[in-house]
Design a binder for this molecule. Sequence first.
Ligand code: NAD
Ligand code: USQ
Length: 432
Amino acid sequence: MTRMQMAQSRGTLKVMVLGADGYLGWPMSLHLSALGHQVTAVDNLVRRQWDEHGGTRSLAPIRSMERRVATWQALSGRYIQWAQADLCDHEAVYDLIGRHRPDAVIHFAEQRSAPFSMVDREHAVLTQMNNVLGTLNLLFALHELAPDCHLVKLGTMGEYGTPNIDIEEGYLEVEHNGRRDRLPYPKQPGSFYHLSKVHDSHNIMFACRIWGLRATDLNQGVVYGLATPECGRHPDLQTRFDYDSVWGTALNRFCAQAAIGEPLTVYGKGGQTRGYLDIRDTLACITLALEHPADPGEFRVFNQFTEQFSLNELAEKVLAARAKLGLQTRVEHLPNPRVENEDHYYNAKHQGLLDLGLQPHLLEETLLEGLITWVEERVGDLDPVLLQRPSVDWRTGGNAVWRRYATQSLEAPGGVLALGEAGDGSVEEVAI
Ligand code: NAD
Ligand code: USQ
């Protein structure tokens, strides 16, 4: 029996959540803990530094990890082990994997903003080094110390771009000069951030092939919502809500703009179509992937979203929800700061997780009304400048709005920009 089979027969997994201080990693840690799994929550807190660097912040106040974990323990009686460590510090990664020998690792720990990666050379380099090298360190640690561990990696639907054919789940059956093969689906990502995810996918696929690692790559669409059952139990357990043009997704921004009666900032024509899912479905999809692990040597790919919408459709939905609350606003089509198709074919498959049993929560007006009202209640904490104009242009980088808010220094994570120097291998584990 492998360690994974033993863990499955116990019904309790040792799960390490990387990026546990983030929008998705924190609710995921709580959810798995509530299900009775043994959770180690890992983060280097760099996202809090990037917020300081860019003058941005979550509209929901985010407590320290120590306080979040302590509140969860007081409320639920369940213990989450919190560890501060940087994935770019290979000694810290080896130490964590070697000591905990997890049955599964869920990897959220990356720089996840497309605009942030497009500010200038420094931000592009930081993004790709942080994401690609962090994942590479993890792959080597798993190979050497926990080869049966199931790696669940968060990728993104944006890896595919917007091709003029249907998007399959990871692979494409191709016939060429009379021969057939099943090949990785062609990738045409739209930012240096999205490219980092493509590089990760290739590295993970290669590691599965040569070392027999088992991995699930989840090409996730844009996530919305805040209300998970566990986060809703106490204000200390709240996850983040970003609304600025660097970290805030279009839907979050539209809800915040609607809350203060500002026009909704649709970039360009608004035909840009993406996959979307409720945060509760993110938790459900990842739980399903954990319960049905990839086989040794398998690089399994799921497209993780439940519905697709164009920006114009999303804006219409927000306007309708706003009107129901008794106020009007309007759409303003801004010159598009990104280089992307604004009017295109989009049909992405997403059958794999449904086959495993996913029961989607679809985007309803009530959820949008709830989000708009939630922002309205915090309107005093909202910075209207961050809500309006985009601060990064794909052609020219960070603009005057970016420069007005950004501080000069951009701290290199874990010594990663100085390639020869590793971090100090430190893992700070806090016993509560
Ligand atoms: P987030 O920025 O809120 O959280 C990421 C966390 O990872 C942060 O807490 C950060 O401090 C941590 N981190 C980054 N680099 C690290 C490193 N080197 N070592 C240790 N910790 C590190 O992002 P999120 O919205 O929660 O996204 C999580 C993951 O899901 C990302 O990989 C993102 O690409 C992917 N994803 C997110 C969405 C979405 O809509 N939010 C959609 C598709 C995919
Ligand atoms: N957009 C607007 N107005 C705005 C903000 C964005 O029209 O005020 C447009 C963008 O131009 C783009 C679309 O909305 O066409 C989506 O942008 P977004 O900021 O909502 O999302 P994106 O940059 O794609 O990134 C987010 C997450 C990222 C994740 C990705 C999933 O930040 O971590 O990987 O969604 S996906 O889009 O499927 O690749």
